[in-house]
Design a protein around this ligand. Structure first.
Ligand SMILES: [Zn+2]
Length: 535
């Protein structure tokens, strides 16, 4: 079993989802014939491969995510190599959690030269299993439907079975719902095997990789984190290493490597799967982040709100990093490609220290270049479409993330305070996203007005933000970001901060007359949204 075909220090191809709006799905004609012609040599052909595999593959575009070694010493390159080794082992565990039968097929397909086998292999690589993530997880090879609990639970087990068992055996409840364990059933008895035992064969060498990486690092905080994370892999207690992770200050290298998310568990929604990302600091872009962090208290105090609604932000800065992620595995590799993350998820860590926001600059650039800019070229007026940029989009995104934390987190009415989620109810998430965008634009304008960024940069940020709107609105109004940006876009159109040319059908940001930041933040506009906070 070897998935280490991703060579650590070579340019890597990852896949990002590309809108079918932008790329015509290639009409598929020859699949049936190809499958027949290669029936004898092909491993996949007898297994019922979906006939439109070409069309499905065409929805994805390979993007190079090179590892830039410039400026890294030999020791640092070795350090990155060790982190990549550990990350590769997370990929191997992920497959054992996601689709162990699929993994067996994957290993066989790797050795085949048959064209259909190669296509199935590539699509398995994208999806991390035999199930299509954008076709409601239906199988694209074979007929076997996805077990809702993947390989984290015994086959055929239902949520009702678990609930009945726990009602009869309450003393086993914590074990049955343990997020870092596999659940087993033997006749009428259920038991959980902790991950550190179930996957010891891979976790032990991964811990060793981390300890060796620690020896190659000259950053004491990173060394402490790596050693504690190595311990955590071997005992499933991640708390101390999570706290150490939040203590790192402006690290040159960082690492996400843990079972953090429960996306694979559609049975109980609690069991986590392994994922990893090797992170290298993007020095230039980190400087932009530093500007925001420097002014966060002033931005808070600059909001047009009553003094009573402005809790001071002085001395409180959430850890944030702008990093390139040249290597991802497991949860972070398959399917949707995140451009930012907020970790860990443990509420005890949030209470004690908070969480860390990471911006993946190379993935953000890919989103901008491959999705946002092509949309902008179609929809924005020619003279503006070229002014949308990766840097502008990053600035708007940084401002958005910081703005989640600005303003009060309660509602005031009739002299009493109420938790903001409770006060807003079902519309909270969409309003919170809209609030983060609107306050973010306000912050960018504030920074330009106070000389922290140039007016040209502000214009670029505005245009990039509007270009981003076109992408997000496609999610529809059932999704909080789509709903929030639809509100913002309609508001800008009403205020003529964005206009549409009836002849060409193209949109323009009216920078000279009404910058959208100003138009979006009249005292009443903010008033209605002032109660939202981080979600
Ligand atoms: Zn947000």
């Amino acid at each position: 079993m070897n998935l280490q075909r991703i060579r650590p220090l070579l340019p890597l191809a990852l896949f990002i989802l590309i809108s079918p709006l932008l790329f015509k799905i290639r009409a598929h004609v020859k699949m049936g014939m190809t499958a027949k012609a290669n029936a004898e040599a092909s491993i996949a052909a007898p297994l019922d491969v979906v006939p439109d595999i070409d069309a499905r593959l065409a929805k994805f575009k390979p993007i190079e995510m090179p590892f830039n070694r410039a400026g890294l010493s030999e020791r640092e390159q070795k350090l990155v190599g060790k982190l990549v080794d550990a990350a590769n082992r997370m990929e191997q565990i992920y497959w054992r959690q996601s689709d162990p039968e699929g993994l067996k097929l994957y290993v066989r397909l790797e050795k085949s030269a048959d064209p259909l086998d190669k296509k199935v292999l590539r699509f398995m690589k994208i999806n991390g299993s035999r199930y299509d993530l954008i076709d409601e997880l239906r199988p694209f090879v074979g007929k076997e439907p996805l077990p809702p609990g993947r390989a984290l639970y015994p086959r055929g087990l239902t949520q009702a079975d678990v609930e009945k068992y726990v009602a009869a055996h309450p003393e086993q409840k914590a074990e049955i719902y343990n997020e870092r364990s596999l659940l087993l059933r033997d006749e009428n008895k259920m038991a959980a095997v902790p991950y550190h035992l179930a996957f010891a064969e891979l976790l032990k060498p991964a811990a060793e990789d981390l300890r060796e990486a620690a020896k190659l690092s000259d950053d004491p905080a990173f060394v402490k984190f790596l050693n504690l994370r190595a311990d955590a892999l071997l005992n499933d207690d991640y708390y101390a290493s999570d706290l150490a992770w939040l203590d790192m200050k402006e690290p040159k290298f960082d690492l996400i490597l843990a079972p953090y998310e429960s996306y694979l568990d559609n049975l109980l929604g609690v069991r986590t799967s392994y994922g990893a990302a090797v992170l290298v600091r993007n020095e230039e872009e980190s400087k932009k982040l530093a500007i925001f962090q420097k002014y966060v208290a002033d931005l808070q105090e600059g909001l047009p709100l009553a003094k009573a609604d402005l809790p001071s932000k002085r001395g409180h800065v959430t850890p944030m990093e702008v990093m390139d992620a040249p290597f991802r595995t497991g949860d972070l590799l398959h399917g949707y490609q995140a451009v930012a993350d907020n970790l860990p998820n443990d509420a005890r860590v949030h209470e004690a220290k908070g969480s860390k926001k990471i911006f993946f600059k190379n993935f953000m650039d890919a989103r901008v270049n491959e999705v946002i800019l092509p949309i902008a070229r179609r929809l924005l007026r020619e003279d503006q479409s070229g002014r949308a940029s990766g840097n502008g989009y990053l600035a708007a995104t940084l401002a958005h993330e910081i703005s989640h934390e600005l303003g009060p987190n309660y509602s005031r009415s009739a002299g009493s305070k109420k938790d903001i989620r409770e006060a807003i109810g079902g519309d909270f998430s969409a309003l919170e996203e809209a609030k983060a965008d609107v306050v973010g634009l306000f912050c960018l304008k504030w920074l330009a007005d106070h000389g922290a960024i140039s007016k040209e940069q502000l214009d670029e940020d505005y245009i990039s933000y509007v270009a981003g709107n076109f992408r997000t609105i496609r999610f529809g109004i059932a999704e909080p970001h789509g709903r929030g940006e639809m509100m913002e876009f309609n508001y800008m159109m009403e205020r003529e901060a964005v206009t549409r040319d009836a002849v060409t059908g193209r949109y323009a940001v009216v920078l000279e007359r009404k910058p959208p930041g100003t138009a979006l933040v009249p005292p009443r506009g903010l008033q209605s949204m002032r109660f939202c906070r981080t979600i």
